[in-house]
Design a binder for this molecule. Structure first.
Ligand SMILES: O=C(O)CCC(=O)C(=O)O
Ligand SMILES: [Fe+2]
Length: 352
């Protein structure tokens, strides 16, 4: 039999394979101070260089039990036949008729949004449960938690806008195989100054942990026309493609109560969950307490750019076919003072 994989002396050399995205490595650095609310100099350096730090055990897992429980009670209300004690029953929402877009994510409902959203491209492996994350008991255990706020203040300063909501409980279901071709790298089109992923349940390696391209916060920050609003210059897609081809992403595996603080310009993705557990993460957004627009920005556009499209900016119309989509699930807003170009020192208005 011919072995066609071996070139014969006369055959032209095979073209070099196009460089593929680099695969994630599990982040396992335990920087000095990572178990304290106080930031250490090493953590500040790591945040500035890489765009993130992980604080271990920042929230007592006991306090997060009620947060994680709300996923299981919502599953019961939605009539998913999930038995918490039997991972074999952790079947995808789409197997229970809840996909695609059972109710479109853009639905504004006079600011209340929707209780649940089921996504995950073709695979249907993500569930975003929004319902409890504006409630005081939820916020006190997450975005408003004293230790979370202490870290936020050490990073962006004492003047922090009070948190009114988290994005939601972001659940990644186990997949038997990689249903959607891996990570979906992107940057968020929001005006936050700092983000935090709170792990409400343990997430082992391969468990769909938040995944981030270290150092991308700098290159993406300097590729914007303005500092905080979503105004990428030409070539942004190419920049992201280059990061994907050249930077090794890190996957944040964590215990319940661990918190990953990250710079909002970082390229990132939810991980792929190949374990038998649900991944439950609560993303939070923070900014300084300066005057802001009343509503969050539209997906992919600053308000200035959204106005320039000439499309309807009515929140209730938002996201319908060919309309802009208001990101009602985001707590941060554009500052009303005009945004300025990226600073030479991107930390100038931070506390670090
Ligand atoms: O679920 C995750 O880990 C990432 C979520 C995310 O990228 C987003 O909310 O914009
Ligand atoms: Fe994102």
């Amino acid at each position: 039999m011919n072995d066609t994989s071996k070139p014969t002396p006369d055959s032209p050399p095979a073209p070099a394979a196009a460089p593929g995205p680099l695969l994630p490595r599990v982040y396992d650095l335990e920087l000095p101070g990572c178990r304290e609310a106080q930031l250490s100099p090493e953590e500040v350096d790591h945040f500035k260089t890489n765009g993130f730090i992980v604080k271990k055990g920042l929230i007592d897992p006991f306090e997060l039990e009620r947060v994680a429980d709300s996923v299981w009670s919502a599953a019961a209300q939605l009539r998913f036949p999930l038995d918490r004690n039997d991972p074999a029953t952790y079947t995808l929402p789409k197997d229970h008729g809840l996909f695609p877009e059972t109710e479109p994510k853009h639905t504004y409902h006079d600011g209340a949004g929707i209780p649940n959203y089921f996504g995950g491209k073709t695979g249907g492996w993500t569930w975003r449960h929004y319902a409890p994350c504006t409630e005081d008991w939820f916020l006190e255990r997450t975005a408003r938690h004293a230790n979370v706020q202490a870290v936020v203040r050490q990073l962006i300063g004492e003047n922090v806008r009070p948190s009114e909501r988290c994005r939601g409980l972001y659940v990644v279901f186990p997949q038997s195989s990689d249903l959607d071709g891996g990570l979906s790298m992107h940057t968020d089109g929001i005006a936050s100054q700092l983000n935090c992923m709170i792990y409400a349940a343990a997430c082992p390696p391969g468990g769909g942990g938040f995944t981030l391209w270290p150092g991308s916060h700098r290159s993406c920050y300097y590729h914007m026309e303005t500092e905080y609003n979503m105004e990428p210059k030409e070539g942004y897609a190419e920049l992201l493609a280059e990061i994907k081809a050249t930077v090794e992403p890190v996957e944040i595996a964590a215990e319940a109560g661990d918190c990953c603080f990250w710079h909002p310009r970082s390229a990132h993705s939810a991980g792929v969950n190949t374990t038998s557990q649900l991944r439950i993460v609560v993303p939070c957004d923070f900014q300084q307490d300066n005057p802001t627009e009343p509503l969050p920005p539209y997906s992919g556009y600053s308000l200035r750019k959204a106005r320039a499209t000439g499309k309807s900016l009515s929140p209730e119309n938002s996201g319908k076919k060919d309309e802009l989509r208001l990101q009602w699930w985001i707590d941060t807003r554009e500052f009303t003072a005009p945004d300025s170009p990226p600073r030479r020192d991107m930390w100038e208005d931070w506390a670090i």
